[in-house]
Write a protein that binds this ligand. Structure first.
Ligand SMILES: *Cc1c(COP(=O)(O)O)cnc(C)c1O
Length: 471
C-alpha cells in the first residue's frame, strides 16, 4: 500500500483557471462576498503557498500581507505540520472529549497552552473556530454567574466596530452594523460602547485623554444598569477586522480597573493578537492586563487546521468544578485530535525558532520604521502599527485629514492596485491594513513597504483622474 500511495500525483488541480472560475460561480456560495460582483469580476483562485508568498492557479506570485486571514503566523508550506497530521490521522483520526473522555493531543495542548498563557489562566475549553469560542464565552459567563447564584448578572458589554466572529452570538458581541442588519442581531443582553478609535473619532483631544474617556463609557453602562446585571466585558486587545484600531495606552489599564471594581469578567479576544502578532504570546501581555478569559483561534494552528478555544482562569474553572453540574455545551470537534496535534507542532516551531522574540526585537521594529515612513505619503493621513499589524488611513487632504466624500472607494481602488502588483493587502473602508506572516524577514518587509508606496502613488493618480480625491 505504501508504494501505491507514493505513486499518487501531488495534490494539485489539473484544471485551467477559467474552468475553475466557472465551477466556482456555479456551485460555491462565498463568505463575506457579493455574489453578483463576484460573477462580473471572477474569483481569484489561489493554488499554492510557500513562506510568505501565495501563488494563483496561473503561477502568479503574491506577497501575502494578510497571512491568509490573520492566521498563517509561521508561513505556508511547513512540512512538519503535514507529517504530524498524517501520523495523528493514522493513530487516532478522531475521538471526542464529551462524557468523561480525553485523548493525548487534547491533554498535551491544554497543558502547553496553560504554560504559555499569563499566570492564573490554566484551563482550556476547545472549539473549532474563534466564532465558536465566543459562543462558548457567552454561555460560560452566564453559566458561571448563575452557578454563583447570580443568574441576572448576564449582560455582556462589547464595542461598536468590534469583530468577534460570524455566528449568532459572536456576531452579536461584534459591533458591525451591516452584520447586525442581517438576521435580527444582536441577541438580547449585549450592550455596545464606543471604540477607542482616536484617529477617526477623537482628534480634538489628546490620545491618552481619549483613551480614558472611552474606557469610562464602560463605567457609565455599569452605573446605568447596575453591576449586578453586567457579567463581562469583551474586547480585542487591538481591533483587527475593524481596521487595526490601536487603543491609546491609557485605555486598557482603565478598562481593567473598571472590571475589577465592578466584579466583571474581562474577556480578551486574542484570536488575532494571540500567538505572536504583537511580539508577545498574547496581546494582553503587551498591555499589561490580566483577563479572566482569552478567546484563541487563528494563529493557534497557523491556519493549518481549524481550531479555537477559550482559556479560562483557575477561578472560573474551580468555581464550576466546586458547584458541580454539567455545562450543557460542546462541539463534536472540540479538541479534534488532528487539529490539536498540529497546533502543538505549530507552537513548537514558534518557540524553537524564536519567531515571537524576533517579531518583538527585530522584524517588528524594522516593520514599524518602514510602516511609519509610509505616513509621509500624500495619500496617507496616519500610519499606525504595533508588532506586525498595521493600518494606513487614506485621506484626500493630508493637512486636514478629512475623510473622502465617497467613503470606501479609495480603499477598494488601492487594494486592487496592490493585488495587481503582487501584494495582498486588505481595505477596511478607506483604511489599508496588513498583518503578514510572523516569519517575514527584513528584506521582505522592504519589499512589502516598497510595493505599498508604489501602489499608493498609482492609486493617487487614479483617484485624481476619476475625480475621487475630494473630501
Ligand atoms: C477571526 C476572528 C474571530 C472569529 O474566528 P473564526 O475562526 O473566523 O470563527 C473572532 N475574533 C476575532 C478577534 C477575530 O479576528
Amino acid at each position: 500500500m505504501g508504494n501505491s500511495m507514493e505513486n499518487l500525483p501531488p495534490i494539485s488541480n489539473q484544471k485551467p483557471t477559467g474552468i475553475l472560475q466557472e465551477l466556482d460561480l456555479a456551485h460555491h456560495v462565498h463568505p463575506f462576498t457579493d455574489q453578483k460582483v463576484l460573477r462580473s469580476e471572477k474569483p481569484r483562485i489561489i493554488a499554492r503557498g510557500e513562506g510568505i508568498y501565495i501563488f494563483d492557479n496561473d503561477g502568479n506570485k503574491y506577497l501575502d500581507g494578510m497571512a491568509g486571514l490573520w492566521c498563517v503566523n509561521i508561513g505556508y508550506g511547513r512540512s512538519e505540520l503535514a507529517t504530524v497530521a498524517k501520523k495523528q490521522m493514522e493513530e487516532l483520526s478522531y475521538y471526542n472529549t464529551f462524557f468523561q473522555t480525553s485523548h493525548p493531543p487534547a491533554i498535551e495542548l491544554a497543558s502547553k497552552l496553560a504554560s504559555l498563557a499569563p499566570e492564573g489562566l490554566n484551563n482550556v475549553f476547545y472549539s473549532g473556530s474563534g466564532s465558536e469560542a465566543n459562543e462558548t464565552n457567552i454561555r460560560l459567563v452566564r453559566h458561571y454567574w448563575a452557578s454563583l447564584g447570580k443568574p441576572e448578572k448576564s449582560i455582556i458589554v462589547s464595542r461598536k466596530n468590534a469583530y468577534h466572529g460570524s455566528s449568532m452570538g459572536a456576531a452579536s458581541l461584534g459591533g458591525m452594523q451591516p452584520m447586525h442588519l442581517q438576521g435580527g442581531l444582536p441577541i438580547p443582553g449585549i450592550i455596545h460602547i464606543s471604540q477607542p478609535y482616536w484617529y477617526g473619532e477623537g482628534r480634538d483631544v489628546s490620545p491618552n485623554e481619549f483613551g480614558l474617556m472611552k474606557a469610562r463609557e464602560l463605567e457609565e453602562v455599569i452605573q446605568k444598569h447596575g453591576p449586578e446585571k453586567i457579567g463581562a466585558f469583551i474586547a480585542e486587545p487591538i481591533q483587527g477586522a475593524g481596521g487595526v484600531i490601536i487603543p491609546p495606552d491609557t485605555y486598557w489599564p482603565e478598562i481593567e480597573r473598571i472590571c475589577r471594581e465592578n466584579d466583571l469578567l474581562l474577556i480578551a479576544d486574542e484570536v488575532i493578537c494571540g500567538f505572536g502578532r504583537l511580539g508577545s504570546w498574547f496581546g494582553c501581555q503587551k498591555y499589561g492586563i490580566k483577563p479572566d478569559i482569552m478567546t484563541i483561534a487563528k494563529g493557534l494552528s497557523s491556519g493549518y487546521q481549524p481550531i479555537g478555544g477559550s482559556i479560562v482562569s483557575t477561578k472560573i474553572a474551580d468555581t464550576l468544578e466546586q458547584k458541580g453540574g454539567e455545562f450543557n455545551h460542546g462541539y463534536t470537534y472540540s479538541a479534534h485530535p488532528v487539529a490539536a496535534a498540529v497546533s502543538l507542532e505549530n507552537l513548537r516551531i514558534l518557540e524553537e525558532e524564536k519567531i515571537i522574540e524576533k517579531v518583538n526585537s527585530n522584524t517588528g521594529k524594522h516593520m514599524g520604521e518602514r510602516w511609519r515612513a509610509l505616513g509621509e505619503h500624500q495619500l496617507v493621513g496616519e500610519a499606525r502599527i504595533k508588532g506586525l499589524m498595521g493600518a494606513l488611513e487614506l485621506t484626500p487632504n493630508k493637512l486636514s485629514k478629512a475623510p473622502f466624500k465617497n467613503p470606501g472607494q479609495a480603499g477598494i481602488i488601492t487594494r486592487n492596485i496592490c493585488i495587481r502588483h503582487g501584494l495582498i493587502m486588505r481595505a477596511v473602508e478607506d483604511k489599508m491594513i496588513i498583518s503578514p506572516p510572523l516569519i517575514i524577514q527584513k528584506s521582505e518587509i522592504d519589499e512589502l513597504t516598497d510595493l505599498v508606496w508604489k501602489s499608493l502613488d498609482i492609486a493617487q493618480k487614479e483617484l485624481s483622474l476619476k475625480g475621487l480625491l475630494v473630501s
